[in-house]
Design a protein around this ligand. Structure first.
Ligand code: GCO
Length: 473
């Protein structure tokens, strides 16, 4: 179906056009929703520590409670069911399982995720678990964190505990959440936890994260060969400000860093040092055999796309000689995060990643938007979020119908939550959270998504049974 007809049919878009095997879901993460940061035996994470630094988080918001998913998990999972959403992507908090990162296990943590998984299965909802969504145990950061190659064994120990514990109930795993973001923002720019800067932190963190990505895949497959194992990548369509050689090359460098550098080593293509010579600094951290160790054969990859960026050449920017033009300076349609609403970004990224032979299947594991939601009585009429999701889904459908290997779509996020350095100022949820009362209110976008998903096969199965798990692949 071509784009014009698809657009003409904008409001006739329905989930059955994606096929009955398409996976529909909603996503969240432990640190952003659980709260209970220092209770029930949990160890501190680098984000618990980072959030204590004055000025690190917008309005100095604290993650100590957030949506209190630790206590409210049943209510939120019941909301997912109420919204006809058949899959729920959430993460396990490493320091809630291993408070010191390695060694002694916190049984309350183990029990908590059994309860969350059981609550999903009882509702006929398929759990999709992310093993690392940025909340590294503080105790490991004190030993160098992602810059210390010992993390390979720490990470393997953590994966082994989790997968052995939950393998009877969980069939869909993602190893990492967005390695480019947690290494780039946390170990190069210093704007995310643990707040470290410079290439001497970023390069080892990047290399060790990609090695752990592969180690995680192999360990899960060794424990449970039938598990479906993926990992997730942030991705953004990059376009040049002007079609000049300089700007085109600048856009190519940013595209390479954001969209190629973190997946290509795992596909056996190596680091793209031809375009980004500064990556040659990685050689200091590469040991014999790493080129094999880093390779993986993921059953699927998660793509997490929100916007596009426009880039121009700028020789004052070190390593990249390229500068992103802030969307707010480009007079375009923005979300509350000041990210441009640009639906063609998601179809472009699906087509781009589909071209890799090593990519078997793509699931959009995050797509959504923050807007300044207003509660009027018991309603939030977030029409911008409905239009955002619809327009991105039209592009996902177009990509699927034009050779894209896309097999699923998860909205970010089920409830408003702690948006990292932005704190509670940003609201991405299909469900509004009043943080003072913990009252949940389904936004009109939640009602829209629920209606959109009706009549899909998975929803009928979910409504009809309490059998554990629904096989999607
Ligand atoms: C990310 C993280 C999410 C964010 C979401 C909105 O992609 O940064 O996976 O935790 O909250 O993307 O920014």
């Amino acid at each position: 179906m071509n784009r014009e007809i698809l657009n003409a049919k904008r409001f006739e878009l329905n989930s059955n056009q994606f096929g009955e095997d398409f996976i529909w879901g909603v996503s969240s993460s432990a640190f952003q929703t659980e709260g209970a940061t220092e209770t029930a035996g949990k160890g501190l994470s680098i984000w618990d520590e980072f959030a204590k630094k004055k000025g690190a988080i917008c309005n100095n918001d604290s993650p100590a409670i957030t949506n209190n998913f630790y206590e409210n998990y049943k209510e939120d999972i019941a909301l997912i069911k109420k919204l006809n959403i058949p899959s729920f992507r959430f993460s396990i908090s490493w320091p809630r399982i291993l408070p010191k990162g390695t060694g002694s296990i916190n049984q309350s943590g183990i029990d908590f995720y059994h309860k969350v998984i059981d609550a999903c299965l009882e509702q006929g909802i398929e759990p999709f678990i992310t093993l690392y969504h940025w909340d590294l145990p503080k105790a490991l950061e004190e030993k160098g964190g992602w810059t210390n190659r010992e993390i390979l064994s720490w990470f393997e120990e953590y994966i082994t505990v989790c997968v052995n514990e939950y393998k009877q109930k969980v069939k869909y795993w993602m190893v990492l959440n967005e390695p480019s973001v947690f290494t780039g923002a946390g170990y190069f720019l210093g704007v995310h936890a643990p707040g470290r800067k410079g290439l001497n932190n970023f390069l080892p963190a990047m290399h060790h994260a990609l090695l752990c990505q592969a180690i995680g895949y192999k360990k899960i497959k060794a424990i449970d060969p039938v598990a479906q194992v993926g990992t997730t990548f942030s991705c953004t369509y990059i376009t040049p400000l002007r079609y000049t050689v300089k700007d085109l090359n600048a856009a190519h460098r940013i595209d390479t860093l954001l969209n190629r550098a973190f997946i290509e080593p795992s596909l056996g293509l190596g680091y793209p040092t031809d375009t980004l010579p500064f990556l040659k600094g990685m050689n200091k951290y590469i040991l014999k055999g790493d080129d094999e160790l880093i390779k993986t054969k993921f059953d699927f990859i998660g793509l997490q796309n929100y916007t596009r960026e426009v880039v121009e050449h700028n020789s004052y920017v070190p390593y990249l000689n390229a500068k992103i033009i802030p969307a707010e300076k480009r007079k375009v349609n923005l979300t509350a995060m000041k990210w441009e609403v640009y639906p063609k970004s998601i179809s472009t990224m699906i087509k781009k990643f589909s071209q890799y032979n090593g990519v078997k299947k793509i699931i959009i594991t995050e797509s959504g938007a923050s807007f300044f939601d207003e509660l009027h009585g018991n309603e939030i009429n977030d029409v911008e979020r409905i239009q955002y999701i619809q327009s991105y889904l039209e592009e996902v459908l177009w990509a699927k119908n034009n050779g894209g290997k896309v097999a699923g779509y998860f909205v970010w996020s089920i409830t408003d939550n702690f948006e990292w350095a932005e704190g509670y100022k940003q609201r991405f949820g299909l469900v509004y959270v009043d943080y003072k009362t913990q009252k949940r209110t389904i936004k009109n976008s939640g009602h829209w998504y629920s209606k959109f998903l009706l009549n899909t096969k998975k929803v009928e199965e979910m409504k009809g049974s309490n059998l554990p798990g629904i096989s999607f692949f």
